[in-house]
Design a binder for this molecule. Structure first.
Ligand code: GRF
Length: 177
């Protein structure tokens, strides 16, 4: 069973749902995340864990991990989740947390990877799916796919299309193991 963490639009969550993967819980740090509407529409239970409602980041992550584990989650997918996870959370799902990132890591980590690649003038960027550790977009790479930067106007759209194809593939493979 898969738990998804999302902070925003939720198009990668939608790709997982559309692929028929067993998503049984969606958690967010933001009440207004569009991802929550997508989960609701698919009949998937949701819970919001705003940082300001918990004494510390560690307490928030402990509560979030407990909720997911209680719903039978064994694999966690960060799909546009914009907070780092503490050891409390990481230790609850060892080697079973994956993230999708819009660059060829270790190039362009962080929240502005597509803009950063454009600003750097590289010819090729891409998509990475990797295991999550305590760092910012670090952790062992599971799969990468290059994407040519030009035409730059459509780069974001082409990167998201690759994300929506390879994330469900990798998650499906991990579910089988
Ligand atoms: C994606 O580009 C993902 O790689 C990055 O944040 C974005 C999330 O998009 N981590 P969405 O919320 O899945 O639409």
């Amino acid at each position: 069973m898969i738990g998804v963490l999302a902070s925003g639009e939720g198009s990668n969550l939608q790709a997982l749902l559309d692929a028929g993967l067993p998503v049984c819980a969606v958690a967010s740090n933001r009440r207004d995340a569009r991802a929550l509407d997508r989960a609701r529409a698919a009949g998937v239970p949701i819970r919001v864990f705003p940082l300001e409602e918990h004494p510390s980041r560690d307490d928030r992550d402990a509560a979030m991990a407990a909720w997911l584990a209680g719903r039978g989650v064994e694999l966690v997918v960060c799909a546009g989740y914009m907070h780092l996870l503490t050891d409390t959370f990481l230790d609850r799902f060892p080697q079973r947390i994956v993230n999708v990132h819009p660059s060829l890591l270790p190039d362009f980590p962080g929240a502005r990877a597509i803009d950063d690649a454009l600003a750097a003038g590289v010819e090729t960027t891409g998509v990475t799916v990797h295991l999550v550790d305590a760092g910012l977009d670090t952790g062992p790479v599971i799969r990468q796919e290059p994407v040519p930067v030009e035409p730059a106007e459509s780069l974001a759209e082409r990167i998201h299309a690759v994300e929506h194809r390879i994330l469900p593939e990798v998650v499906g493979e991990l579910c089988a193991h």
